[in-house]
Design a protein around this ligand. Structure first.
Ligand SMILES: [Zn+2]
Length: 199
């Protein structure tokens, strides 16, 4: 991949490989779309980007520019090097899945980030037996001093983006979250495409 923008289809997922030192740019093309992100050590797919280990490393609920996400073996995997989104990217919420939509009253199948992760990886010939916690890019989950959380609406401008540096050879997976019941992608329930590039 040579830096061209790749479409993450609305309600779908994409995965790609990146080498250590390359950059991964994720663009909130329309400004309202949450993108769930995962990263895996390309040489050991049981080693993945860990939200709980990363919070213990940078000691914040959400990363700032310069902060490095680490794996479940506490090794650096992605460093946030640029961010024009004005969003504190959520590290707390689990990726959506079929059971989540069942709890929200959906009958029958609903697209979800968990399935998007696994189908995107399958397109690279990669199988992961677990679903790690996601880094929820552009997802606005405000918190209060007493620890209350809320499902916030999007705050990013159209075209807002983040850039990460890969700290190891890795596989990255991205899901344009199909959540259309809670307001995390906006109150209209409209879900959109997003884009990324490996640079
Ligand atoms: Zn989702």
């Amino acid at each position: 991949m040579s830096g061209e923008l790749v479409t993450i289809p609305a309600r779908g997922g994409k995965a790609a490989q990146a080498s250590a030192g390359q950059h991964i740019k994720v663009v909130n093309t329309h400004g309202t779309q949450v993108v769930d992100a995962w990263a895996f050590n390309a040489r050991d797919l049981t080693e993945w980007m860990s939200m709980e280990a990363s919070r213990a490393s940078f000691m914040k609920l959400a990363a700032a520019v310069g902060d490095t996400f680490v794996t479940n073996q506490r090794k650096p995997i992605l460093t946030l090097v640029e961010d024009t989104s004005r969003c504190a990217h959520d590290t707390l919420m689990a990726p959506c899945d079929r059971w989540r939509y069942g709890l929200l009253g959906v009958e029958g199948y609903h697209d979800n980030c968990r399935d998007n992760l696994h189908s995107a990886l399958a397109n690279l010939g990669v199988v992961i037996r677990a679903t790690p916690p996601s880094l929820n890019l552009f997802m606005n989950i405000p918190w209060t001093p007493d620890g209350q959380l809320a499902w916030g609406e999007p705050v990013s401008p159209p075209g807002g983006y983040v850039v990460f540096r890969a700290e190891m050879d890795l596989v990255v997976a991205l899901s344009a979250c199909p959540q259309d019941i809670l307001p995390i992608n906006g109150r209209t329930g409209r879900t959109t495409e997003a884009h990324f590039a490996i640079i």
